[in-house]
Design a protein. Structure first.
Length: 191
């Protein structure tokens, strides 16, 4: 952990410093191959601490800037908790764009849009999983998929109310879910 020991402090602080540096190094490498942005996630343990989330985001952006990567190529990924949404609102005011994740409800999505968040990643598959465990869909009908319906509802509402927040459907379980959300602002699809 060269980055960690160099940082000093307790072993936990060294591990955190090394993890931050590693995440930024991965992001920097990815940015060499893509024209857009890379998301770098804030430690999930900070999900309920607005101030520490803001501090960590600023730190990660500074690490990118040390590698001559402009903040316009970075998305700070935060959990869409109340504190995470508030942190993202502040970061957006500072010109640090955010990607809010762990988003399961319309209320979370609307709060993100009202906070001026750049991008949200509402989960399709995890919503589907929850409903499937309680009331299995057999046969599967994509138009009835609760995850697909949730993202469509969010997307339609954002467009109707002219929110600039980008809706990027995420966490897919079935190809049909991806196809059903064609036309959404963006989709994040695993290989």
């Amino acid at each position: 952990m060269p980055g960690g020991k160099k940082h000093g402090g307790t072993q936990e602080q060294q591990v955190t410093a090394a993890s931050d540096k590693l995440a930024v190094n991965f992001g920097a490498e990815i940015l060499k191959s893509i024209p857009g942005r890379v998301s770098t996630e804030i430690d999930a343990r900070l999900s309920f601490d607005k101030e520490k989330s803001i501090e960590k985001a600023r730190h990660l952006v500074a690490l990118y800037q040390q590698q001559n990567i402009d903040k316009s190529r970075i998305l700070i990924k935060l959990a869409a908790t109340w504190e995470g949404i508030r942190a993202a609102g502040q970061l957006e005011k500072e010109g640090i764009n955010c990607n809010l994740t762990l988003l399961f409800s319309f209320a979370q999505a609307r709060a993100c849009a009202e906070a001026g968040v750049y991008l949200i990643s509402p989960f399709v598959g995890r919503i589907y999983d929850w409903y499937q465990a309680r009331s299995p869909m057999d046969p599967y009908i994509v138009e009835e998929d609760p995850g697909v319906k949730s993202v469509r509802n969010i997307y339609d509402y954002f467009k109707q109310h002219r929110y600039e927040t980008i809706v990027m459907g995420a966490s897919f379980r079935r190809t049909e879910q991806i196809l059903a959300l064609t036309g959404c602002d963006r989709l994040t699809i695993s290989p």
